[in-house]
Design a protein around this ligand. Structure first.
Ligand code: MN
Length: 245
C-alpha cells in the first residue's frame, strides 16, 4: 500500500527557484518556434514543465529598473504579486489534472473549461514571467528584421509605442496591453484583468501591466507616462524580436 500513500507530484515540496535557471528558458526560446514558442518558453521549471512550479528568479537585481520603475515597486510587484500568483496556482493544481500540465497549458485549459479561479492565477503567473523577462538586458533596439515589420506596419517603433500607450489607457481598471504576432501581422490588444492572448492562437511578444500595482508608487495616476517610459526605456526590443522569430 506504500504506493497509494505516496503524495501526488503536486503535493511534493516545491523546488527552489534555482531549479529554474534563466538560461534554460533562454535556450528553449532559441529552440522553439511558432505560435507556441512564447507559451513554452516562459513555462517555469522547464525540465518537468508541470506543477508544482518553481517561482522563476527575477533575472536582474530589484533596483535594475530604476528610475523607470523603483526598487520598491519591483520588490512588491515581483516579491508579493508575482509570487502570490504562483503560490495560488500550485495550491489549485495540487491533486488535479492541472498538475501534469505546463503553466501555459493550464492557462488555456482553464479558460476553455471556464475555471475562472485557476485561469486568473495561472494567466497572471504567466503574464508576469513574460513581463519581467522583457526587461532583461535593459532597453535595446529591435533587430533589423523585426524593425522592418514595425516600420512597414506602424511607421516606426515610436508610433507603435504611442499606440500601445493609447491602448493601455483604454483598459478600464486592471489589465494589460499586449503586442502580439497574429499570422505575419502585429496587433495591439488591451485586455482586462489577467486576460492574455495565449488561447487565441497568437504569439505574445510583449505585455505591459496596467494594474495600478505596477505603477502607482512611482507614477501615481499617470498610467500613460508609465507605459510610455516602460516601452521607451526598459523593454529589450531584441528580446521581443527573438519572440517574433
Ligand atoms: Mn502585475
Amino acid at each position: 500500500m506504500t504506493q497509494t500513500q505516496m503524495p501526488p507530484a503536486a503535493m511534493t515540496s516545491s523546488p527552489t527557484a534555482s531549479d529554474a535557471p534563466a538560461f534554460s528558458r533562454r535556450a528553449a526560446l532559441m529552440l522553439a518556434g511558432g505560435a507556441l514558442a512564447s507559451a513554452t518558453v516562459f513555462a517555469p521549471n522547464i525540465a518537468r514543465a508541470a506543477a508544482p512550479f518553481a517561482f522563476p528568479p527575477l533575472p536582474y537585481p530589484e533596483d535594475a529598473l530604476v528610475p523607470t520603475i523603483s526598487a520598491r515597486t519591483v520588490g512588491l510587484h515581483y516579491g508579493k504579486h508575482s509570487k502570490g500568483y504562483y503560490d495560488k496556482v500550485n495550491q489549485l493544481a495540487a491533486g488535479k489534472p492541472y498538475a501534469d500540465m505546463t503553466l501555459a497549458e493550464i492557462v488555456v485549459a482553464a479558460k476553455k473549461s471556464g475555471d475562472t479561479a485557476m485561469f486568473n492565477q495561472a494567466a497572471q503567473a504567466w503574464n508576469h514571467d513574460l513581463y519581467w523577462a522583457s526587461f532583461k538586458g535593459g532597453f535595446q533596439q529591435p533587430d533589423a528584421a523585426f524593425a522592418k515589420v514595425v516600420d512597414q506596419q506602424f511607421g516606426s517603433l515610436e508610433i507603435l509605442s504611442r499606440k500601445m500607450v493609447e491602448t493601455g489607457d483604454t483598459v478600464f481598471g486592471t489589465g494589460w496591453v499586449w503586442l502580439v504576432k497574429d499570422g505575419d501581422k502585429l496587433d495591439i490588444i488591451g485586455m482586462k484583468d489577467g486576460m492574455n492572448p495565449l488561447a487565441d492562437g497568437k504569439t505574445t511578444l510583449v505585455g505591459v501591466d496596467v494594474w495600478e500595482h505596477a505603477y502607482y508608487l512611482d507614477y501615481e495616476n499617470r498610467r500613460a507616462a508609465h507605459v510610455d517610459a516602460v516601452l521607451k526605456k526598459l523593454v529589450n526590443w531584441q528580446v521581443v524580436s527573438d519572440r517574433f522569430g
